[in-house]
Design a protein around this ligand. Structure first.
Ligand code: NDP
Ligand code: 2IT
Length: 444
C-alpha cells in the first residue's frame, strides 16, 4: 500500500459515513502522487494525515422561533480546516442536505482553492441544515441571529472569515453581520459578501460567475477559440449561475438553459437574464415562472435532463454531483468542448473521467470558481485599509487572478507530465504552497 492509499483507507475507516468527503479526498490525494515522490519528507511529517484532518470542528445547536411561535432546532457547523497560509476562509451553506460530510468536503476543497488564488487565506467552511426557502425575512433573521450567537466566539477578522454559499446571500450576511457587531461591539471585516453600505466590495456579488467565465475564456484563448456564438448550458439559477450567464452572454455566448432544484428552462433563442433575475433575485420565486413569461421557452420538471441538451460549453453552477457518468456521456456525445465547474464538486469521479478521456477541456471547481473567494480576500484587504476600490479595478484584479490560476494549474500539469489534466494541475499547484507552509511551521 502506498502512503496515499494508507491515508485514504484510514480516513474512510475513521469516518465511514462521509461519502462526499471521501470523494473529494480521493480526487485530491490520488493526484498528488508525483509530488510525494519528490518529497519523501512529507510522509515522515505525517503531512497528509494532518492535511486531511480539520484543525478544529465546531458543531452547535441553533434554536429559533418561527412566525407562528413554533420552536425549531437546527444544527450549525464550522470546520476550521487549515490555517497554514492565512486565517480560515470559506462559505456558509444553509440547505437541508447539510451534514458534516458536505461541510468537510467543501472545507478540504477550500484549502487548495484559496491557495490557488495566491492570496493569504486558509481553508474553512460552515453552515446549517436550515432551509431558508419559503421562510419569511423575520424567520431568516431570527435564525441568523441565533446561528451567530454561537458562531461569534469562533470567528474574527484575523482568525476565521465566513462568507456566503448555497442559501446564504446578501440578506443572510447582513443579519449575521448585524448580530456579530452587536455581540462583539466591533465593526470589522469578519464576514465577506457584505453590502456595499457596510464594508462590502464591489464585484463580490458577480465574482464567482464572472471569474468562472474569465477562466473558460482564457482556456479558449489558448486554443485560438472564444465564447462568441457558443451554445452554453448553465445549471443552477442562483448567485453563481446568474453572473456566469451575464458574463458569458456579454462575451457572445448563447445560453439556452438554466435550472433550479425543481426543473429546467430551455430557451432556444437565448435566456433573457433580466427575467431570471426578476424571478430569482427579486421575487425569490421558482424558475418555472420563466416559461410563463417568455414566449417560445419551455419548462421541464427534473434537473438531469438539462445535460441532454446539445451544447459546446457546460457550466454546472448548482451543487455537488449534479453531473454523473451518464450525464457526462450525454454531453460528450452531443459535442461538449469546455466544462467549467462553477459549483463545488459538481462532477462525479466517473464523470470527470468521461470528460478527460473524450479530450474535453475540463476546468475543476477549485480553480474555476475561485473568483468568489479571491474577491472576498480583496474585500478583506479593503476592510483592513478602510477604503473602497472602484468596480473596474476589482474586476481587473479578478480577471488577472483567474488567468493566473489557469497558468499555475496548466504549468503544474505540464511540469508533472500530465499536460491538459487540470484536475491534477490544480490540486498540485494548490497543495505545493500549503505543504511548504505546513512544513515550515513544524508539527502543528
Ligand atoms: P445559491 O443558493 O444562490 O443558488 C443555488 C442554485 O443551485 C439554486 O438555483 C438552487 O435551486 C440550485 N440547487 C441547490 N441545491 C440543489 C440541488 N440539490 N439540486 C438541484 N439544484 C440545486 O447558491 P450559489 O449560486 O452561491 O452556489 C452554487 C454553487 O456554487 C454551490 O456549489 C457553491 O458551493 C458554489 N460556489 C459558490 C460561491 C459563491 O460565491 N456564492 C463561490 C464558489 C462556489 P433551488 O433554489 O431550487 O434550491
Ligand atoms: O465555495 C466558495 O469558494 C465560496 N462559497 C466562497 C467563499 C468565500 O469566502 O468567499
Amino acid at each position: 500500500m502506498t502512503y496515499i492509499q494508507r491515508v485514504l483507507a484510514q480516513l474512510k475507516s475513521r469516518d465511514p459515513d462521509e461519502p462526499e468527503f471521501h470523494q473529494a479526498a480521493t480526487e485530491i490525494l490520488t493526484s498528488l502522487a508525483p509530488v510525494l515522490e519528490r518529497h519523501s519528507e512529507y510522509e515522515k511529517a505525517a503531512l497528509l494525515e494532518r492535511f486531511t484532518e480539520p484543525e478544529r470542528t465546531v458543531i452547535f445547536r441553533v434554536p429559533w422561533v418561527d412566525d407562528r411561535g413554533t420552536v425549531h432546532v437546527n444544527r450549525g457547523y464550522r470546520v476550521q480546516f487549515n490555517s497554514a497560509i492565512g486565517p480560515y476562509k470559506g462559505g456558509l451553506r444553509f440547505h437541508p442536505s447539510v451534514n458534516l460530510s458536505i461541510i468537510k468536503f467543501l472545507g478540504l476543497e477550500q484549502i487548495l482553492k484559496n491557495s490557488l488564488t495566491g492570496l493569504p487565506i486558509g481553508g474553512g467552511e460552515g453552515g446549517s441544515d436550515f432551509d431558508p426557502k419559503g421562510k419569511s425575512d423575520g424567520e431568516v433573521m431570527r435564525f441568523c441571529q441565533s446561528f451567530m450567537t454561537e458562531l461569534f466566539r469562533h470567528i474574527g477578522q484575523d482568525t476565521d472569515v465566513p462568507a456566503g454559499d448555497i442559501g446564504v446571500g446578501g440578506r443572510e450576511i447582513g443579519y449575521l453581520f448585524g448580530q456579530y457587531k452587536r455581540i462583539r461591539g466591533e465593526h470589522s471585516g469578519v464576514l465577506t459578501g457584505r453590502g456595499l453600505a457596510y464594508g462590502g466590495s464591489l464585484v463580490r456579488t458577480e465574482a464567482t460567475g464572472y471569474g468562472l467565465v474569465y477562466m473558460v475564456e482564457e482556456a479558449m484563448r489558448c486554443r485560438g477559440d472564444g465564447f462568441s456564438g457558443k451554445t452554453t448550458v448553465i445549471s443552477g439559477a442562483g448567485n453563481v449561475a446568474i453572473y456566469a450567464c451575464e458574463k458569458a452572454q456579454a462575451l457572445g455566448a448563447k445560453v439556452v438553459a438554466m435550472y433550479d432544484s425543481d426543473g429546467y428552462i430551455y430557451d432556444k433563442d437565448g435566456i433573457k437574464l433580466e427575467v431570471v433575475k426578476e424571478i430569482k433575485e427579486r421575487e425569490r420565486g421558482r424558475i418555472k415562472a420563466y416559461a410563463e413569461r417568455v414566449k417560445g421557452s419551455e419548462y421541464r420538471e427534473g434537473c438531469r435532463g438539462i445535460w441532454n441538451i446539445p451544447c459546446e460549453v457546460a457550466l454546472p453552477c448548482a451543487t455537488q454531483n449534479e453531473i454523473d457518468e451518464a450525464s457526462a456521456k450525454a454531453l460528450v456525445q452531443n459535442g461538449v468542448k469546455y466544462v467549467g465547474e462553477g459549483a463545488n464538486m459538481p462532477t462525479t469521479l466517473n464523470g470527470i473521467a468521461v470528460f478527460q478521456q473524450a479530450g474535453a477541456v475540463f476546468l475543476p471547481a477549485k480553480a474555476a470558481n475561485a473568483g468568489g473567494v479571491a474577491t472576498s480576500a480583496l474585500e478583506m484587504a479593503q476592510s483592513s485599509q478602510r477604503m473602497y476600490l472602484p468596480f473596474e479595478e476589482v474586476d481587473r484584479k479578478l480577471k488577472s487572478i483567474m488567468v493566473g490560476i489557469y497558468r499555475a494549474m496548466d504549468g503544474a500539469a505540464c511540469e508533472y507530465g500530465m499536460r491538459g489534466n487540470y484536475v491534477a494541475g490544480a490540486n498540485i499547484a494548490g497543495f505545493v504552497k500549503v505543504a511548504e507552509a505546513m512544513m515550515a511551521q513544524g508539527i502543528v
